[in-house]
Write a protein that binds this ligand. Structure first.
Ligand SMILES: [Mn+2]
Length: 447
């Protein structure tokens, strides 16, 4: 939790800036003469939750008094203040950071806070790892992607540095051919397990770590009531994941790889060319080629990793080769594609891999003047679909939901979505093709 204390005007500005960053919980206290006790009472009650107190007041006497009182309650709280002159403030008082009032206050303040938080976080993470008497089980989500795999391997590096044994586990299958190829080419050791072995692992291993996910039981092999010891993730969640020792959920960064890079950097653990390349691919895939959710922190990690990565490995990992079956399905889809206005629909025949569809959809979206794509194919007794859109007025997740929810499933994000419908909803294949396409276009053109 961040606590801000100061004049109303500065507090209002700060609050806005901090909220935009979507970091930890924020509490603001407006400075009022004689009401210092309110702040101190709050600190007493929440001393373990508070990470930082920033004083945005220029009343020096008050500042010194408060910072010392807070220091008496807990010396773990990082206290930073805005002052008239930085000269003699830093050494003599409980304040660990000061910002001169004529500096670009907020930026300087945040820079200091960031440096402190990150260093401190990495140290806390190391402590959580080191307190293990046995070994650590690192879990990643089902059908793991390069971000999850590379981040887990980075976590393993921290364990290795502390001579603590660790193993990476995941449920489901690798799924996406690109991910399978990533794993083959990196040679990283991750263990695919089934539900029966989960309880044994949980018993055997002393600490449980979640990497690139935070909610047990959703898209991972762990039971819903599992309490992790450590969680590091970058997906938005409104639920408490209840990590017992260390938790870092930052939805203001594009990839868990970015967070892990920073930890390795802060803990001065060297990153091999292979791992640096893998982490780079993790950031690349999770930010959709640096176009979505990318932040300054991601760019910083990219710049750091780039100097360590191996260009040849990177080339192989970045452009994974495609399966012959995927090429075949892509050919069928290209031949079958129908275009109406800016919307392209394509039937890709009988599919070998469900995950061919998003790759084909991404490819077809590159056709000139096309803004929205639906690709679908048959696997067993179902029609599987994948949709993409770069049309600002189309939310393709909603389109899929409205078009197919009554006969199957559909949903997803603004730009990418998917769905499936059982084949027996239709008379025959021809009827299925007609109806699937009509439902999609009706929804897209409705807007
Ligand atoms: Mn991720």
């Amino acid at each position: 939790m961040y606590v801000f204390y100061g004049e109303k005007e500065v507090i209002d500005k700060t609050k806005e800036a901090v909220e935009k960053r979507a970091v930890d919980e924020i509490r603001c206290f407006t400075y009022q003469k004689g009401k210092e006790k309110n702040l101190l009472d709050f600190v007493k009650k929440n001393e373990h939750k508070i990470e930082i107190i920033a004083y945005l007041t220029l009343n020096e006497k008050e500042l010194i008094y408060l910072s010392e009182e807070v220091n008496n309650i807990s010396s773990d709280i990082y206290q930073i203040a805005l002052v008239n002159d930085t000269k003699d403030m830093e050494k003599d008082h409980a304040l660990k950071g000061v910002v001169k009032k004529d500096q670009e206050i907020l930026n300087t303040l945040f820079k200091k806070i960031d440096t402190h938080i990150l260093k401190n976080k990495s140290e806390k993470l190391k402590k959580a790892v080191c307190s293990t008497q046995g070994n650590i089980a690192i879990f990643i989500h089902d059908n793991p992607d390069p971000d999850a795999i590379a981040s887990a391997v980075a976590f393993e590096e921290i364990c290795d540095a502390e001579k603590i044994e660790s193993t990476i586990f995941f449920g489901g299958s690798i799924g996406h051919p690109a991910n399978e190829i990533f794993l083959e080419n990196t040679g990283f050791d991750v263990k695919n397990i089934d539900e029966d072995s989960v309880s044994k692992i949980v018993d055997e291993y002393q600490k449980i770590v979640f990497i690139d996910f935070a909610q047990p039981g959703s898209n991972n092999i762990l039971p819903k009531n599992m309490e992790p010891d450590i969680v590091i993730d970058h997906h938005y969640t409104n639920k408490e994941c209840g990590a017992k020792e260390f938790q870092e959920i930052r939805n203001d960064v594009g990839a868990t790889s970015t967070l892990m890079t920073k930890h390795l950097q802060n803990l001065e653990i060297s990153i091999s060319p292979l791992l640096a390349s893998a982490l780079l691919v993790g950031i690349k895939t999770d930010t959709h080629d640096y176009t979505k959710n990318i932040s300054t922190a991601d760019y910083k990690a990219i710049s750091y990793l780039s100097s360590l990565a191996d260009k040849d490995i990177l080339d192989i990992l970045k452009e994974p080769s495609l399966y012959p079956e995927t090429m075949k399905s892509m050919g069928i889809a290209i031949n079958n594609r129908k275009i109406e206005d800016t919307v392209l629909t394509a039937f890709s025949g009988e599919l070998d891999h469900r995950d061919d569809l998003p790759q084909i959809a991404d490819f077809l979206l590159r056709e000139r003047d096309i803004l929205t794509v639906l690709v679908y194919g048959i696997i067993d007794d179902k029609i599987h679909m994948s949709a993409r859109s770069k049309d600002l007025l189309t939310h393709v997740g909603k389109v899929m939901k409205n078009a197919y929810s009554d006969i199957g499933e559909g949903g997803g994000h603004t730009h990418a979505a998917g769905g499936r419908v059982p084949l027996d909803e239709f008379k025959d294949k021809k009827d299925a093709i007609e109806k699937i396409e009509k439902r999609f276009k009706d929804e897209v053109f409705k807007k």
